[in-house]
Design a protein around this ligand. Structure first.
Ligand code: CAA
Ligand code: NAD
Length: 283
């Protein structure tokens, strides 16, 4: 099966980025969101990033116009009918993802591959709610998608070799670097990154240093492009908390306990850059 028509579900920061790189690589792409405002914002963000790329002379005006012509907004899940490949980037919650995959399984054509951009949740469990677990796979992009090269590819217990090979080939077509990782909580990237971010939050919580100073330590001391608290705000504090919970519960190990300050911020609606406030304030 050749992948030609793609649908991306969830038009937030990850979904919009995934839709953008797929359209830039020449695929016919539907970007779907259940929230009209989020869908509109996702489409606008893609246009903004393409305009910036034109301004920087990385792509031509024609490339931009052709990319946008390959991209269509969708607010109905039924639009998955006729798609060869569907990837979801909705909230990091197993109940939400399981319902979505159950519905998609009844709508998408039998040959379609169903992928998840989950940061941490078990692919095997997501696949098990469908009648096609052999065609379900994890395809974990990094944020910001148009910039970061890595894609972790995660096989569930029943993912077929054919599905894996097709997703690996798609990743290469998108000019990304695939790395296969096993289906363990947090895979590789977030099992390593999130405990560092969580520890940075503990250092604020315990009064060791201010968020600014902790970020400075990691930027100037370790050459990280962003300090861990700026990065946490950038990822979304809700997503960071959900990932820590998956690690904590998935390994039953107290070393992954989420910092109470992270919980408090998420409960307050301080989700980072996307909500205007996290460890820092954004206008
Ligand atoms: N979307 C698209 N492009 C973006 C972008 C965005 N949100 N933010 C920045 N860029 C692009 C800019 O257009 C610019 O490209 P050009 O120079 O070609 O125009 C380039 O990135 C550099 O941007 P800036 O000069 O504005 O800023 P910078 O040099 O500080 O780089 C950064 C920004 C690339 C985000 C850099 O700070 C960085 O690498 N930060 C760390 C990112 C990271 O760790 N990501 C992984 C997060 S973890 C994850 O994704 C997994 C998970 O499950 C949570
Ligand atoms: P986000 O909050 O920016 O966007 C999520 C979008 O999904 C929202 O627009 C919401 O309206 C939409 N949505 C929720 N339920 C839906 C449904 N049932 N159908 C259609 N749309 C629905 O989140 P995000 O940061 O883009 O993260 C999305 C996924 O990508 C999560 O699983 C997250 O763990 C993963 N991820 C995030 C990052 C990151 O840095 N933020 C990196 C890699 C992977």
């Amino acid at each position: 099966m050749e992948i030609k028509k793609i649908m991306v579900i969830g038009a937030g920061q990850m979904g919009a980025g995934i839709a953008q790189v797929c359209a830039q690589a020449g695929y016919d792409v539907l970007l779907n969101d259940m929230n009209e405002k989020a869908l509109d914002q996702g489409m606008k963000n893609i246009e903004k990033h393409l305009t910036r790329a034109v301004d920087k002379q990385r792509i031509s005006d024609q490339d931009k116009a052709e990319t946008l012509a390959r991209l269509t907004a969708s607010s109905q899940l039924e639009d998955a009918e006729g798609r060869d490949f569907v990837i979801e980037a909705v909230v990091e919650n197993m109940d939400v993802k399981a319902k979505l995959f159950r519905d998609l399984d009844t709508i998408a054509p039998k040959h379609a591959i169903l992928a998840s951009n989950t940061s941490s949740l078990p692919i095997t469990e997501i696949a098990a709610v469908t009648e096609r677990p052999d065609q379900v796979i994890g395809m974990h992009f990094m944020n910001p998608v148009p910039v970061m090269k890595l894609v972790e590819i995660i096989r569930g217990l029943q993912t077929s070799d054919e599905t894996y090979q097709q997703v690996e080939a798609l990743t290469n077509e998108l000019k990304k670097a695939p790395v296969e990782v096993a289906d363990f909580p947090g895979f590789a990237a977030n099992r390593i990154l999130m405990p560092m971010i969580n520890e940075a939050i503990y250092t604020v919580y315990e009064g060791v240093a201010s968020p600014e100073d902790i970020d400075t330590v990691m930027k100037l001391g370790m050459n990280h492009p962003m300090g861990p608290l700026t990065l946490a705000d950038f990822i979304g504090l809700d997503t960071c908390l959900y990932i820590m919970e998956v690690l904590y519960e998935g390994f039953s190990d107290s070393k992954y306990r989420p910092c109470p300050l992270l919980r408090k911020y998420v409960k307050a609606g301080w989700l980072g850059k996307k909500s205007g406030r996290g460890f820092y304030q954004y206008t």
